[in-house]
Design a protein around this ligand. Structure first.
Ligand code: ADP
Ligand code: GLC
Length: 474
């Protein structure tokens, strides 16, 4: 099968979170299964662009409202990612340093989607599946069915994967003329609550819809940022498929970002050297359990609860542990986390920003990883933590519920709690401190966790089954 993944992110080209990791790995594993999976994404001005060679494969243009956009499709020449990578260059719109958070993101991703559909519409052959990811690409199924110029693509199955239903790409109806001329009888396929809602449109128009864990799929029927009824109505075409991880990129035995490589057989010693490096660099005490948080500092991740939880843990539970935080997001949370540095010198430190190398070292050197998420469609951090022998402390929600069991249960290995509250987090930290004191149990849990297989080999095939379900039985 020839599968075209369309996404705003793809590691290592451009990544803001887990979407990048998934789109950088899934196609690789689909190719290993004998398919031809390709990725098309915007051409941002990231390092990857300057450090690799590309060739122009197509040039075209289209109208978006009153603006005319020229676009160029370039292809990476050496198959560096183990799949074909195509970048869409639209001068003045996509060629920027960041992926998101510009005032004209609506126009940027609209233009990106039109360019992709326009390009595919001119191919000599048809791909077997167009697989779009999240709201930035979710208007593509509509365009392929209801925009007059592209209706000849309507027979190509489309699959939408929802990595996060909190973000839906809403835009006012005054922007309807951005879309290539479309059949106005179909306005209902764009609308949700009197706005154009790209994610809702994708759910309505894609042939199949997937989300990134079975529990999140179930939760969406009662907690989907306004789309609950739609998930209920469309449940027949929806499936939850748990994300995998790229075992080649995330392997403590070969990871070049960490100081000392290790396997489950020598994890205690291997982790210790990495922990020493972290503790030396951040002025922490290697003898104390190290709790880390890595991620976007946003409400979904319950990052706003961390400053108080850390403060309470260090003042009330006692200075029995250390914390290291890596993340960026809400400026208020960033400031509070930075302020704790002055209060708890030697026990707490933080780095505000994005740092891929440091994140790997933290998965390797930490003892516990905090994930108190209010919403977590899948979560990759806990899967990386498991692979690196770091005990995940998670709220029971979405993919966290599907991948972490509590060490109090038979064969359990993590710490789970129910409420996104300061109390639940500090109590769980306290449980972690007690567990840390039992060295034998820690070692046993560590080796059990590291043996769990969350590789894409398991999940990649499930997507193939979804694609097959859109095709006539031979
Ligand atoms: P989400 O996509 O919702 O942010 P995931 O758990 O699926 O959450 O994936 C987050 C990914 O982004 C992981 O690879 C994590 O290591 C990485 N990440 C998040 N924040 C940072 C950061 N500040 N620096 C480095 N890596 C980060
Ligand atoms: C989203 C979700 C996260 C998931 C990731 C990859 O960003 O928030 O839970 O792991 O996508 O699917």
């Amino acid at each position: 099968m020839e599968i075209i993944h369309v996404s705003a992110e793809c590691y290592p080209v451009a990544k803001a979170g887990g979407l990048g990791d998934v789109v950088g790995a899934l196609p690789k594993y689909q190719n290993l299964l004998g398919h031809i999976a390709k990725v098309v994404m915007p051409m941002y001005r990231t390092r990857f662009l300057y450090e690799n060679e590309f060739e122009v494969v197509h040039k075209g243009g289209f109208h978006m409202g009153t603006r005319y956009c020229d676009y160029t499709i370039i292809k990476e020449k050496t198959n560096k990612l183990d799949f074909d990578l195509y970048l869409v260059d639209i001068y003045g719109l996509l060629d920027r340093e960041r992926i998101y958070s510009y005032d004209d993101d609506t126009e940027r991703f609209m233009a990106f989607q039109i360019a992709v559909v326009d390009w595919i519409s001119q191919w000599q052959h048809r791909p077997d599946v167009v697989h779009v990811h999240d709201h930035h690409t979710a208007l593509i199924p509509f365009m392929m069915q209801h925009c007059f110029a592209y209706r000849h693509l309507s027979g190509i199955p489309t699959v939408l994967t929802i990595h996060n239903a909190q973000y839906q790409g809403w835009m006012g109806w005054e922007k309807q003329n951005y879309l290539p001329a479309w059949d106005s009888w179909r306005w209902g396929s764009l609308d949700w609550s009197n706005t154009i809602n790209p994610l809702a449109s994708g759910i309505k128009c894609a042939w199949k819809v997937t989300t990134v864990s079975p529990s999140y799929m179930a939760e969406l029927k009662y907690q989907a940022n306004g789309l609950e009824m739609l998930f209920e109505y469309e449940q027949g075409k929806c499936t939850g498929i748990l994300n995998g991880i790229d075992n080649k990129v995330w392997d403590p035995a070969t990871d070049t970002y960490i100081l000392d490589n290790y396997t489950s057989a020598d994890a205690d010693a291997g982790k210790k050297l990495n922990k020493r490096q972290l503790c030396d660099e951040y002025g922490l005490d290697i003898e104390k359990p190290l709790f880390v948080f890595i991620g976007r500092l946003v409400g979904e991740k319950a990052a706003d609860l961390l400053p108080q939880a850390i403060y309470d843990a260090l003042t009330h539970v006692g200075s029995k542990m250390n914390f290291l935080i890596l993340g960026s997001g809400d400026p208020a949370v960033e400031n509070q986390l930075e302020a704790l540095r002055g209060l708890f010198v030697g026990y707490y430190n933080s780095t505000i920003g994005y740092n891929e190398k440091l994140s790997h070292l933290m998965y390797a050197g930490a003892d516990f990883l905090l994930m108190p998420s209010r919403v977590e469609p899948c979560g990759l951090n806990q899967l990386y933590a498991l692979r690196y022998g770091t005990i995940p402390i998670v709220r029971s929600t979405g993919g966290l519920k599907d991948t972490v069991t509590d060490f109090g249960e038979p064969d359990g290995f993590g710490i789970r709690f129910n409420n996104a509250s300061v109390w639940d987090i500090t109590y769980s930290i306290h449980r972690g401190v007690e567990l840390y004191a039992d060295k034998e149990r820690m070692t046993a849990i560590r080796s059990r966790m590291m043996e769990i297989d969350h590789s894409w080999e398991n999940s990649a095939g499930k997507y193939i089954d979804v694609y097959k379900s859109t095709m006539p039985v031979a």
